[in-house]
Design a protein around this ligand. Structure first.
Ligand code: LLP
Length: 463
């Protein structure tokens, strides 16, 4: 089982387990296409290039650390999802993974819809011209102000997350003279992470309305009675970094069971079902994610089969991949600072960023890989741990990796597959400035989110 994984809960560095590399990779200079964006390779000098641009030039021009985003790769992945699901389904990119105005424009051009989960994400989406009807608005605690803005803007759907919100959204829509399209998010008693899923009592969480005990059915009953709402479907999201489709199978079975009960009770066949996001990516060479066309085929077969046995018309399916689109498209480029060998243990390689630009290792015990990218090296592999510059021993970016033993201050190293949940979860811990996002394509690089400055920090600090 892969360990590039997921939420076991917060852990302290002192109890981090030994790394999972028992032997160094055969070739330290190799860049595994599974974990790197598609235009990444090494040039004749051994320098990593992306979109035709050497990493050394990117570092000179934009500084480090920096998130380097391969636009060609992003668009290709977005298009692959769009094509795989076809005209009878919708793909909502989950903006929480990473959102910027450039990304919104690419999504719009590639025919994807957008899932937002806060007023800030909604504002970003609208300001970049995403048509409101292609936006889904999520969240377990949307404010009245956020709901009002979403309804006024005309978002395509609001995903209702509680009994109170059903009434709140209906009331706001009605007072604005609108009938808001909505889905109800339910919890189906399935939780899936990485290769495992558990189909027991995972209703014990803040999201959604439990199917268990007839609560979801009661929510539907109430929503159908309210003039301010047009109930268009049921939503379920079962977890993150999932490789195994069996969790979706159980979820679809239970969601379709609810659709059947709704038909039997109300004579209404809800036209849509949303199976959420959570599809896994390769963080290390050990991970084997599925291709979008395999996922689309599997989900469509599952839903069609379940609907046939419930004698329901197959609803329109939608999905909400975030990580699977943006995750592999970006890497973080760092400059090596201090290199500290600890006799008999490992070498601590400090970089100019850390937990403020990638909290996932500290928070989820996530696995990443890392490569020297400013040159190739024939030196022996060295057992290394890549750490940041923050005042915290848990400030680890890559827990256990092999880097060449001649690694020295000033070298550039890069951590692949940092496109999802790294910039979007970045912080200013220790007043470290958040890195820029630089998009590269066809030999050109441009900043799409600029680096924070000390002025930015001081502007918020009003004394
Ligand atoms: N739809 C819903 C309703 C969600 O809650 C999420 C993620 C997604 C879609 C997108 O999931 P994805 O395809 O990106 O896995 N910060 C964590 C991940 C939290 C995910 C929360 N919800 C991480 O860094 O792994």
């Amino acid at each position: 089982m892969s360990r590039s994984a997921h939420p076991a809960g917060p852990r302290h560095a002192d109890v981090l387990p030994e790394g999972h590399y028992s032997a160094p990779p055969a070739d330290l200079n190799a860049l595994d296409p599974k974990v790197w964006a598609q235009t990444v390779s090494r040039d004749d000098d051994g320098v990593l290039t992306v979109g035709g641009i050497p990493a050394t030039r990117l570092a000179e021009e934009f500084g480090t650390p920096a998130y380097i985003l391969d636009e060609t790769d992003f668009r290709a992945r977005a298009r692959a999802w769009r094509t795989a699901f076809g005209a009878d389904a919708d793909v909502f990119y989950a903006g929480k993974a990473f959102l910027s105005r450039a990304v919104v424009r690419w999504l719009k051009e590639e025919g994807l819809n957008l899932d937002v989960c806060s007023g800030g994400e909604l504002a970003t989406a609208l300001s970049a011209g995403m048509p409101a009807e292609r936006i889904a608005f999520h969240g377990n605690n949307k404010s009245v102000e956020e709901i009002t803005r979403a309804v006024e803007a005309g978002v395509g759907r609001i995903v209702l997350d509680s009994f109170q919100e059903i009434v709140r959204v209906a009331h706001i829509a009605q007072s604005l003279g609108r009938r808001q399209k909505a889905q109800i998010r339910i919890t189906v008693g399935v939780e899936a992470h990485t290769h495992e899923f558990i189909a027991t009592a995972h209703e014990d969480q803040k999201f959604g309305i439990p199917l268990a005990g007839g609560q979801a059915a009661e929510a539907v009953r109430r929503a159908l009675q309210l003039d301010g709402l047009e109930l268009i479907g049921i939503h379920s999201h079962i977890g993150s970094q999932i490789f195994d489709m069996s969790g979706f199978e159980v979820a679809a079975h239970r969601v379709v069971g609810l659709l059947r009960d709704i038909r039997d009770e109300h004579g209404v066949e809800l036209p849509e079902i949303d199976l959420g996001g959570g599809l896994g990516i390769a963080y290390t060479s050990d991970d084997d994610p599925r291709e979008p066309h395999e996922i689309a085929k599997a989900l469509s077969e599952i839903v069609t089969r379940e609907c046939e046995s419930a004698r329901l018309r197959t609803p329109r399916i939608s999905v909400e991949p975030g990580r699977a689109i943006v995750g592999p498209t970006a890497f973080t480029l760092y400059e090596v600072g201090t290199v500290k060998p600890l006799e008999g243990l490992r070498t601590y390689v400090s970089v100019d960023g850390g937990m403020s630009d990638n909290i996932r290792t500290a928070l989820y015990d996530a696995e990443y890989s890392v490569s020297l990218v400013s040159r190739a090296s024939d030196a022996e592999p060295m057992r290394a741990r890549v750490v940041g510059k923050h005042c915290e021993s848990g400030d680890i970016v890559v827990k256990d990796a092999f880097l060449p033993a001649d690694l020295a201050p000033g070298d550039l190293i890069a951590v692949p597959a940092t496109g999802a949940y790294c910039r979007s979860m970045a912080s200013n811990y220790n007043h470290v400035l958040r890195p820029p996002v630089v998009a590269v394509k066809d030999g050109e690089a441009r900043v799409v989110v600029r680096r924070e400055t000390e002025d930015d920090l001081l502007r918020l600090d009003v004394g």
